[in-house]
Ligand binder design. Structure first.
Ligand SMILES: [Cu+2]
Length: 652
């Protein structure tokens, strides 16, 4: 019965028709009191509407030219994509120097340059549990052509201070007034570090090197990890020590067990960062997946059906041994791998072969759609990440043969049928090294970048230039009428009371039976760079349903499982998916929005699923418009009204 006193039950607008105004106010007042008593916010969003723009399903659309090249991008608010580039001679200027950061407002399709402060070349990034984004590490100050600058403190051609120890912070905004700031420096230089958010909303920073090159080497490697906020000196990581030279951007995910999966070059470990212990897992089969092989990687959806067990998928990359990572042979002609493998490290130590890619790919971005399917986009059939001036390079690119057509992986499809590109068109823009992609709330995918060049390189005859052309890709559901769920919470906790989400008959496409497969999903779209979206994660919340004879239905939705290691605190998009069609996402906060240990609550019960027929108990509430009360809701309503009235009388 505890469920029926959640404010979502009574914030459904049709309830207004049920109760006189005073009782309505009482209900809100009371629910607020109760929410405070439970320490859990029950504030809800207005129902999301339809996408603001149209698109052609399955196709790309060029939407404009970015101000800086999209080496790194992330969705910071429901509207804003933030760009971070390396320092280079971008035409956009800010504070008297070329810009290497910018903001793109996707609604109005407008942009502004931002000041990136220090050289963010091949930095890492992720979001803290309080919603502030981090951009970590980078390269030394440079001048024309990417050569080291005379001064490491700014003032040169590009006025860019050394960024190798930088921690740049941005709290995203929608008013155009937020800017990057600098926190206290890292303890060591980190070019190509990985950044992963932890259970307490802090972050761990792993690996990197001192001053770069195609791959890492013993002279300059930084085989350690540290934390933000700082927990002191860096700690040496054996896997990073042992996996030269392809140990940059180690592929890292926080697992529900609280350990980290770290995959670097051919090696794999579980890292217990609380005890500073590593436990070896088998080598990854078939190909190197870390940079510069740069496979597409993703943690597959965490769902009630798989008990929120993490499975990480690796697709593509390059089958090269450590001694082969030298730039004295024809790298751009080397065929990328088609191999996909996965591992579920909390339950099995074995890598499992998955359906191969339809063509070999390096530098593929694996991007979640709100449906839980994975869009594989960008990259090349041959070659690797990286660039240089060798005669074998294509211009400067170490890759060739761009893949222009995406393909979609369905984790629920039977083996052998998981990849599908039916109905998907092609882009005209090669997206090679330093390209990126991120899911937008309307379910389209923002795609930008590609820059296998040491400095801005544009003009006729350049096969793989510094790319500014930016596209949106529209998945096949894009033009369907979107569900407009009522009652989506602004904040989702780790356990606690469930909440109700109302779907109209239209939201269910005229068939209440569609509620049976409706899902409620959280998507963290992540920090996209170098064929990774650091922090990207997808979780389906547990839910049951009550369908009504008038064709509407309620989803009874649990909060997150009571374990922040399953999905670290911080912002995420919330979607309801009906018949494969997602609602426009709203940006919710997971956890309490603060850094530190999160409150864990017992998970509330969910009522049994049912489709009610005329005459069933509980039908009358729905028919009278009080759909959100659901089955057994009346007793809760009476209780709420009683407590509310008493509290108003001051006797509670
Ligand atoms: Cu790079």
């Amino acid at each position: 019965m505890t469920r029926s006193i959640s404010s979502t039950s009574i914030s459904y607008p049709n309830a207004k028709t049920l109760a006189p105004r005073r009782i309505w106010c009482t209900l809100i007042f009371t629910s607020t009191l109760l929410a405070c008593a439970f320490g859990q916010s029950t504030e809800t969003f207005p129902p999301p509407g339809q996408p603001a723009k149209s698109g052609t399903p399955g196709q790309f659309e060029l939407i404009g030219s970015s101000l800086v090249s999209a080496q790194q991008i992330f969705l910071g608010t429901e509207d804003k994509v933030f760009f971070v580039d390396k320092v280079e001679n971008n035409p956009a200027q800010i504070n008297g120097h070329p810009a290497w950061a910018s903001e793109w407002a996707t609604g109005p399709n407008t942009q502004r340059p931002m000041d990136g402060l220090t050289n963010a070349f091949c930095a890492g990034g992720n979001v803290l549990g309080n919603g502030t984004w981090l951009n970590i590490g980078g390269n030394q100050a440079v001048t024309y052509g990417g050569d080291p600058a005379e001064s490491q403190h700014g003032g040169g051609a590009y006025d860019d201070p050394d960024g190798r120890r930088s921690i740049r912070l941005l709290t995203p905004c929608d008013d155009g007034n937020c800017d990057w700031t600098l926190a206290r420096d890292l303890t060591t230089n980190r070019w190509y570090p990985t950044v992963e958010t932890l259970e307490d909303g802090h972050i761990i920073i792993l690996g990197g090197c001192n001053d770069g090159g195609y791959v890492n080497d013993a002279r300059q490697t930084n085989p350690t990890y540290e934390f933000f906020p700082s927990r002191g000196k860096p700690i040496t990581s054996p896997i990073l020590v042992n996996t030269l030279p392809a140990n940059l951007y180690p592929l890292t995910w926080l697992l529900p067990s609280g350990r980290l999966l770290v995959q670097s070059n051919w090696a794999t470990v579980l890292l217990d960062y609380k005890k500073n212990m590593e436990y070896a897992l088998p080598d990854i089969p078939d190909a190197v997946r870390t940079y510069p092989a740069s496979a597409g990687t993703i943690m597959l959806p965490l769902t009630p059906a798989n008990n929120w067990t993490a499975t990480i998928l690796f697709c593509g990359g390059s089958n090269l041994q450590p001694e082969q990572w030298v730039a004295n042979w024809n790298i751009p002609e080397f065929k990328a791998s088609t191999s996909c493998v996965s591992i579920s490290p909390d339950v099995s130590k074995r890598y499992v072969k998955d359906d191969p890619l339809p063509e070999g790919r390096s530098m593929a971005n694996l991007i979640f759609l709100p449906t839980g399917q994975v869009l594989c986009i960008n990259g090349a059939r041959t070659g690797t990440a990286g660039y240089g001036n060798q005669s074998f390079a294509i211009g400067q690119s170490y890759a060739d043969n761009p893949v222009f057509t995406p393909t979609i992986y369905d984790p629920n499809a039977p083996a052998g049928q998981r990849w599908n590109r039916d109905g998907l068109g092609s882009s005209n823009v090669p997206r090679l090294y330093h390209s990126s992609a991120v899911l937008l709330p309307d379910g389209s995918v923002f795609v930008s970048g590609s820059n296998p060049n040491s400095d801005v390189n544009v003009g006729k005859g350049i096969k793989y230039p510094t790319e500014y052309r930016t596209e949106r890709f529209y998945p096949l559901y894009y033009n369907e009428r979107r569900p407009q769920p009522v009652g989506l919470l602004k904040q989702i906790g780790y356990g606690g009371e469930s909440f109700n989400v109302h779907l109209s008959a239209d939201d269910l496409f005229g068939d209440v039976g569609n509620v049976k497969n409706a899902t409620v999903a959280l998507v963290r779209t992540g920090f996209s760079t170098h064929a990774m979206n650091m922090g990207q994660r997808y979780l389906q919340l547990e839910s049951t349903y009550t369908g009504y004879p008038n064709g509407s239905a309620i989803l009874h939705v649990s909060q997150l499982p009571p374990n922040p290691a399953i999905f670290a605190p911080g912002p995420a998009m919330l979607h309801v998916v009906v018949k494969g069609v997602p609602s426009v996402g709203v940006m919710v906060m997971l956890g309490n929005g603060k850094l530190g240990e999160q409150e864990i609550r017992a998970i509330g019960d969910l009522p049994e699923s049912a489709i009610l027929a005329e005459g069933d108990e509980g039908v009358s509430e729905s028919q009278s418009g009080n759909g959100a009360m659901g089955r057994g809701g009346w007793a809760g309503l009476v209780w709420v009204v009683l407590v509310g009235v008493l509290s108003l009388l001051g006797s509670w």
